[in-house]
Design a protein. Sequence first.
Lengths: 226, 226
Amino acid sequence: MSASGVRARVRAEMTEEIKAVAKRHLVTDGANLSLRAVARDMGMASSAVYRYFASRDELLTALIVDAYNAVGEGAERAAATGTGDLDRFLRATHAVRDWALANPHEWALIYGSPVPGYQAPQDTIGPATRVILLIAGIVRDAYLAGRVAEREPITGGYADELGRVAEQYTPGAPARLVAAAMSAFIHLGGAISAELFGQLKNSVDEDRRGFFEYQMRGEADRIGLT
Amino acid sequence: MSASGVRARVRAEMTEEIKAVAKRHLVTDGANLSLRAVARDMGMASSAVYRYFASRDELLTALIVDAYNAVGEGAERAAATGTGDLDRFLRATHAVRDWALANPHEWALIYGSPVPGYQAPQDTIGPATRVILLIAGIVRDAYLAGRVAEREPITGGYADELGRVAEQYTPGAPARLVAAAMSAFIHLGGAISAELFGQLKNSVDEDRRGFFEYQMRGEADRIGLT
DNA sequence: CAAAAGCAAGAGCACTGCTCTCGTTATGGC
DNA sequence: GCCATAACGAGAGCAGTGCTCTTGCTTTTG
């Protein structure tokens, strides 16, 4: 066990190192990650990398899972330092943006257009939900404590569906709360992608942080957070 | 002139056909478009394609410009059929979504993560602004006609900057109008990307159109459209 | 009519993901 | 401790990619 533990540990270290090198390549080359280049950087044959990752897609998947967890954990930590509901919400969303600004290519990997021919495996859906679950959690806590302001209820087919989703997380809570939380999450992603992908150029160049917060405050207001 | 016109016309037809074939490949293969495969499909040598497009990136640029114009034109036509301000806004945003659903890979090309190593040339920035200019135009018309509801003004560094942008399009209009219009545009892109890139899976599957409209109505309300 | 320019094809370069085979080394059952 | 087995790393090779260069041919132009 301890002997085989050596090999297992070396294997784990190699896997981590490959991911680290790949992440470095990601920041310069973007999503067209070259497995051969990674292997070259590590001084090993490209075929040897296939001992650790069955394909380039599998390596990408590992990077995607790491990225989801990194942004999720960052947001969770930031939210934990907040005091009020609105403060926790703003801290969480700012943390997501900060992480995205620091790791633009990883953001593109998880929230940009899907890599062509790449099919997200089951492993990714768990980590992928961390941020939206965090936002939903903040809203739920506020609602259960009776601190969510009144808003008009929603109607339409999506209301029923989101009502069923609400039963899982906030039993008894109105569907419009889930709808507003999801709207905030979607707006969050859109705002960050717009900033990173260059759509704010020539219109918002000085105070992008402020403009981002303006939008997030708007979503918080729609939710009813104070 | 008529003789050389023949060659010019053939050249234009070839260029269009290459773009058409490339667009067909786009719907199946996504963004990793193969110039060689396009050439094979047309029964010509890959080197011959370089007579019409200096590089694969240039072909992509042509497709991007076409996509921007297609979605922009669709939104403009839809807006023109609207009656009130809110109606025009909703029709325009729904038209953008409809186009995106019909052409998901082209949407990914223009609003998804930038193609690695690809630098958007000057040709694209004009067509790229059509949708946001359309939304801004709807808001401007409503404001100049005195039909925009009162909302709280905005503060912060981005307010000054957007105020300067406002002077170009809606002289005398408050910066918060531009901010709200841009927020709507950003939310629009985020909502469509979220739907196309699979982030709505398992939460909004039945009435996505309704959920989209809920979000857009929220933005219209923030703007003050009626 | 001849020179010039446009065009298509083929060969070739450097690169990619991935597979297969080959020796080598560490692991686990006896 | 021995030895079959499994893991490992390296190299060669295949099919594909973007792109360039050269070579003939055709069309346009002066």
